[in-house]
Design a protein around this ligand. Structure first.
Ligand SMILES: *Cc1c(COP(=O)(O)O)cnc(C)c1O
Length: 811
């Protein structure tokens, strides 16, 4: 298709949909028009992909995740369809700026942070690698809350992202399934003498899927992300007359849990988990049965992935369907289940390892509880005599009246993986060590990755252009080819071109900051970025304490030779996470203090951008000079913003945590600022129980001076929060060893300051970071999942049934 054709089609579609011409249309009408042109075009390929998978009887993977965080999809789809340039130019000729129209799309924010973003990067990469893999999740009416600051406090507003409709989704009523929740269940013998479940009471709800096409990168593949929404089945209408009754049902897929690390409103959360698990597994089974293949070969056609523990009930639901509905023997069903299931662990934080009380699970899904009990009973019987009693007690699924979801996921699957080398090693040696003793072969590592296309081609066209001009465009398909850039470390022309691209991005961010915060920042300053969920273990507080130190130093000595720096934060705190919200308040108050202090002479600025989300990340990351990855070693499973920032030429200041270790290995020690305790030093403190924040405080005058500002009125309006934070450090002994790492962090920051002052050296370091980021492509990560865990292949991997050439998308 060419530009002329596109312009005609676009104008015609606008007239059909809205009965108007380009001149009269609003950005939203233009967005709707373009979007509908895209969906109606890729639908063909989508249908073809379905057909191909079915006819080739392709084994498919289903990625179950309670979160997906795709952000905006318009430009990503344009890029993957190969239309981006043509549409940008075509629209321009019609007097339309694609950016204006892209801006209208609401972020699809059905996730909290890294977990959901990873799931969406994987969706893009699975399709782009031509792999048969689909998403399965929940279509929340409301996405993650919108964050505002009022009096420097976080305030949460609902995210009505479906307000104007969602043009990417298709409601598939014909694919709906029913899910049973609550009530009681009895086992009664049937005619053949087998026990079968008899359900009493409870409610039957309809799960209706909304499918979204996941368009592969210029390869004609369109996979499916299936999100489930709850409805009242028509035949049940009379049971739901009152508004309250209907509300109870609708709540099920109403809000995304705004907290990924601790649980409130627990019963609703558990119901959400069972709802999307049951709907997803049922629909997979129904599809499989349509293929007319024997049920006991289902492991050759289906791989189900459990992304963190939230979908762990897949194990029991799959068993339920095979045993109760398909009449397989328990043993056969169990073997199939283990072969089909695989599990990714995302955290070592104890509070995020899900446990449900027996009573609650019985009340939400009684049959599932019975099955878990039986799995647990058989596990204990099987292990008894093979392993020692204590080990079995520690690893069983049901303990202390609670169901341990990670145990269910590990016992019921053939693969458990961590998300970075260090994290996977910690799983084996500490967190899941007991399970490693039972099942050493199940454990493996799959270091996270990012959808390179979104974080360079879409987010950073300026950099992409320099890359094309320098090393050709092969990196767009093969990100490891970014290595070619290393041939140019001494090329001042290339170094300058990269620096110009960075400067342009910084100017753009500076304008955004001016517009949204009313703060003027110089694009010449160092842009120092920490963007991620607000959490104590991620240690935004460490960053803040260093800022306060710089401020005090500058007050004492205004001529201090430091490069002007702009500290940029983006972070949401879970609404119920009081401490995290106090940190936000204190950062904001510190920002007000510093930004308005004329004696600082613009050497320091602090900017906390509201409502951090994928779109904001796409704006900030290309403009970053410094990437803050400063979690306490052992606490961040992997991190992915570290990869995105590196790819965009930011220099990382980091602890040896999560994937930072692999980033250091990739880029080399001289091109990253590493500081702080190592994971083994952290564990030594735990073992010896000899961490004393108070003695560090007593011995370190700088720390005393910095902490004093929290309570002595230096920072205004934080009388409660200042004490709260001070107490967390001194009275409650600084859970995340902020004070222990403080001095080392300040030294690392000084080295960053010094490196920046040597412009050429800085540019070389930045270049080496870009050149070394290719190994973190999610394309490669999902290929490793496909090979090692799912055993799936691209359709037509062996036969060339379809033309080898991508025939592009035709209108
Ligand atoms: C990448 C990303 C994250 C994950 O950031 P981490 O620093 O790895 O925790 C969270 N939120 C958004 C919007 C992202 O794009």
């Amino acid at each position: 298709m060419d530009k002329t054709e596109f312009k005609q089609c676009f104008s015609r579609r606008l007239a059909e949909k809205f009965a108007m011409g380009v001149a009269d249309a609003s950005p939203n009408e233009l967005y709707q028009t373009l979007g509908s042109l895209l969906t109606s075009t890729y639908s063909q390929k989508w249908q073809q992909t379905w057909t191909d998978y079915r006819e080739a009887e392709q084994k498919q993977a289903y990625y179950f995740s309670i979160e997906f965080l795709p952000g905006k999809m318009l430009k990503s789809n344009l890029l993957n369809m190969g239309w981006l340039e043509m549409v940008t130019e075509g629209l321009a000729e019609l007097g339309i700026d694609l950016e204006d129209l892209a801006e209208v799309e609401p972020d699809m924010a059905l996730g909290n942070g890294g977990l959901g973003r990873l799931a969406s990067c994987f969706m893009d990469s699975i399709a782009s690698m031509g792999l048969p893999g689909n998403g399965n999740g929940i279509r929340y009416e409301y996405g993650l809350f919108k964050q505002h600051f009022v009096d420097n406090y976080q305030v949460e507003l609902p995210d009505k992202w479906l307000h104007k409709g969602n043009l990417w989704e298709i409601r598939k009523e014909s694919k709906a399934v029913d899910v049973h929740l609550g009530g009681e269940v009895y086992l009664v013998p049937d005619a053949a003498g087998n026990l079968s479940p008899d359900y009493q009471g409870g409610m039957t709800l309809r799960a209706v899927p909304y499918d979204t096409g996941m368009v592969g990168y210029q390869n004609d593949i369109v996979n499916t992300m299936r999100l489930w929404s709850v409805e009242i089945p028509p035949e049940e209408e009379e049971n739901y007359r009152s508004i309250e009754d209907r509300r109870t049902v609708e709540d099920l897929t109403s809000v995304l849990y705004p907290d990924d690390s601790s649980e409130d409103g627990r019963k609703l959360r558990l119901s959400q988990e069972y709802f999307f698990v049951s709907a997803g597994v049922q629909s997979i089974l129904r599809y499989y049965k349509q293929l007319n293949k024997p049920i006991d070969k289902i492991n050759q056609s289906v791989a189900i992935h459990i992304n963190d523990t939230h979908p762990a009930m897949c194990v029991a639901e799959f068993m339920r369907l095979l045993v109760d509905e398909e009449n397989l023997s328990w043993e056969r069903a169990w073997n199939l289940t283990q072969e089909v299931m695989s599990y990714t662990n995302h955290t070592i934080m104890a509070e995020a390892l899900e446990k449900w009380s027996i009573n609650m699970m019985k009340s939400v899904c009684p049959r599932i509880y019975q099955i878990i009990e039986e799995i647990d009973r058989r596990f204990v019987a099987e292990m008894t005599g093979v392993h020692d009693f204590d080990l079995i007690q520690r690893t069983r699924i049901i303990q202390d009246n609670q169901v341990h979801m990670a145990h269910l996921a590990i016992i019921g699957s053939h693969s458990t993986n961590g998300v970075a080398k260090l994290h996977s090693d910690l799983l084996k040696s500490v967190v899941l060590h007991d399970f490693y003793l039972l099942y050493p072969a199940r454990f493996n590592n799959k270091t996270n990755g990012i959808a390179m296309r979104r974080w360079t081609q879409l987010a950073n066209p300026a950099l992409s252009k320099v890359l094309d001009e320098t090393i050709g465009n092969s990196w767009r398909k093969q990100p490891t080819n970014l290595r070619l850039l290393l041939n140019y470390t001494e090329d001042d022309h290339v170094l300058a071109a990269l620096a110009d691209a960075k400067l342009a991005n910084k100017k753009r961010l500076a304008a955004y900051i001016q517009e949204h915060c009313g703060i003027e920042v110089s694009p010449q300053a160092i842009f120092d970025v920490q963007i991620k969920r607000l959490h104590a273990y991620k240690r935004q507080l460490l960053n803040l304490l260093h800022i306060i130190k710089l401020y005090l130093d500058l007050k004492e000595n205004p001529d201090l030779p430091i490069e002007p720096r702009v500290f940029i934060f983006g972070a949401k705190a879970a609404p119920s996470y009081h401490y995290a919200k106090s940190i936000i308040k204190v950062i904001n108050e510190t920002a007000s203090l510093i930004n308005q202090d004329p004696t600082i002479n613009n050497k320091l600025k602090v900017v906390f951008l509201e409502n951090y989300n994928v779109s904001l990340a796409e704006r900030i990351i290309p403009a970053a000079d410094v990437s803050e990855q400063i979690s306490l070693a052992s606490k961040e499973a992997s991190g992915t913003s570290n990869m995105k920032l590196m790819l965009n030429g930011a220099v990382t200041i980091a602890t040896l945590d999560g994937a930072n270790v692999e980033i250091r290995d990739a880029v080399g020690e001289e091109n990253i600022a590493i500081f702080g305790l190592t994971e083994s030093e952290v564990y030594q403190y735990y073992e010896n129980k000899n961490y004393s924040a108070l003695s560090i405080y007593d011995e370190n005058a700088t720390i005393r001076k910095v902490l004093a500002t929290l309570t002595d009125g230096t920072i205004p309006n934080i009388s409660a929060e200042g004490y709260e934070i001070f107490d967390s450090l001194i009275k409650y002994n600084d859970e995340f060893f902020v004070l222990r790492d403080f001095e080392d962090y300040c030294l690392a920051q000084e080295s960053v300051n010094k490196a920046y002052q040597d412009k050429r050296r800085w540019r070389q370091i930045s270049l080496r970071n870009i050149a070394s980021a290719g190994r973190f492509s999610a394309d490669d990560t999902v290929q490793r999942y496909a090979d090692d865990i799912w055993q799936i292949e691209p359709v037509f991997a062996h036969e060339d049934l379809r033309g080898a050439e991508h025939d592009s998308y035709l209108l």
